[in-house]
Design a protein around this ligand. Structure first.
Ligand code: ZN
Length: 89
């Protein structure tokens, strides 16, 4: 688990704040939904949806990491630094 996730577990107040930090600090890398579950953010999917609605530049896809063995398809998300969001974070 990354240092950011551990820090957020301690300091992140809401699940939405933790989702924001995890994505931002991933530095443009795709973050599998499992990482959010590991960071105690069970509602990550809804929270990402909220952030996108608010104008944050977040891209959504399905996790295609072959090293992950999900029972079902699971979302993957990234902060798209090339995308112009309407919110400056
Ligand atoms: Zn995955």
């Amino acid at each position: 688990m990354s240092r950011e996730l551990i820090k957020l577990k301690k300091e992140g107040k809401t699940q939405k704040e933790r989702v924001t930090y995890v994505l931002f600090f991933a530095d443009g890398a795709w973050v599998c939904g499992e990482a959010f579950l590991g960071g105690y953010i069970p509602t990550y999917s809804q929270r990402v949806g909220d952030l996108i609605k608010e104008g944050f530049p977040i891209a959504r896809s399905t996790c295609s990491n072959k090293l992950h063995h999900h029972d079902s398809s699971i979302g993957s998300y990234k902060w798209d630094f090339s995308m112009k969001g309407t919110v400056n974070a």
